[in-house]
Write a protein that binds this ligand. Sequence first.
Ligand code: GLN
Length: 527
Amino acid sequence: RIGRLRGLCLRHVSSTRQTSPIQRRFLNQFISRVQQDDLPVLEQRQFRLAVKDNIATVSPNPEEETPLTTTCGSNFLANYRSPFEATIVTQLRSRGALLVGKTNLDEFGMGSHSVHTAFGAVAQEGEQQAVNKHSAGGSSGGSAVAVVTGEADIALGTDTGGSVRLPAAYTGVVGFKPSYGMISRYGVVPYANSLDTVGLLAKEVRPITELILGSGEAEGLWAEHDPLDPTSLSPGARRRCASQRDCYHSGPLSKHPYPLKNLKFGLPLEYNITELSPSIRAAWSAAAAKLQSLGARLVPVSLPSTRHALSAYYVIAPAEASSNLAKYDGIRYGTRFTSPTESDAAVSEGQEEAQGNLYARARAAGFGDEVKRRILLGAYTLSSAAMDNYFLKAQKVRRLVRRDFNRVFALPNPLLDKPESFELSELPETVGLEDKWGPTEVDFLLCPTAPMTAPKLEEVLSEEEKDPVNAYMNDVFTVPASLAGLPAISVPMRVQEEKEGTGMAGLQLIGQYWDDARLLAVAEAVA
Ligand code: GLN
């Protein structure tokens, strides 16, 4: 295995060098690989970890020929070497992780198919002809492929609006997005801070559960506050949240498989959209029937704000992105793309025009088209003329989405002191959408992860040319949990497809805030 890894290292050249088209072909999954001559033979508690390339890593050996970069899939950061390591990577190393490489992604995490990258589109492996290759989903597509191919036992991804769950669904692995604020984001390059979470991918649920809840000597990640991340839940809040969830104390791992009897699963009516592929609809019903046969209760629920969630997400996420990406100007951050003398002169002489040209040139060369599209969209929705109609309205929708979830879950949201009240009339479009089904107190929601199975990469690329916004539709089932900061997991679901599809889709389970422990235990029983 070590020999094989070394062989790959030769091909997976670092992104700091010029790459030939042939080399680029091999870059689609891994951006760079760790060269570890003394890669230890795996002991029981050790595991191989692949890390999405928007998460900061430091090279184990700074002298090595192919140092680990943190490129975010962007030309702007193609040479960036982080001086520090993300907290989550350090936490996983201390639990036995051996870093095998950095994985390719949609630039800065923006995309649903891992095709918007400076290093060549990611594809599902194992298919011979280029035309038959399927999308690996995005934006953590490289991480998903690293898990499917067995090159990593666990892969880290980031999930802002579904980027861990969607690739997991397309490639047939497990993808878990924790409650917002549970896992530290320190060292994760921000895309949309109020939505960004670090997620984990693996072939099965169990290794993820062990890391989140702890196993043996290792403490669970859920308990670790990180003072370096201002959005990391404080130790007090963690204790308070966990005190309302017995799973953190009684240990769901001791009951295996977790008893599904008496659990109530909600089937959100609004997720049964016309765009839902019939094969996924059938597999979803079959999964519900199976749960019922295992003793669970299935009830229809209504989440009326769901139909606005996607639009709200694509206002909020680009708005935050436009602010986050403003720092990449070629002077303070990112490659300069001009000769040092030219840029230094402009800066020192304070020539506004020269400086402006310098920014423009750096950004034109540094950012890809999708990132530029998001920056423009975000800058527009935050502008004084559009703010009220877009950004503020999207924030209201976000509150409605959260309120819908709080209403259907049996467990209260531990972050709320008192139940949320919100006037539907504040948002004129929602009049008439009042709760159709009244309060239905469920333990988990059960729905598909995406409305279709992985499309062919060729189709994705030609669609991107014609109508780039079309791909946003893939996130329709994943963004609601992101807007509400809830834990969600995608487990593999087999589907019957007529044509040459992958036959894989994802079944998504969504839980109340900080109900991650039970969510993982239940996902394991369902998978
Ligand atoms: N596809 C979504 C987007 O492009 C989600 C991305 C993510 O979760 N990082 O914004």
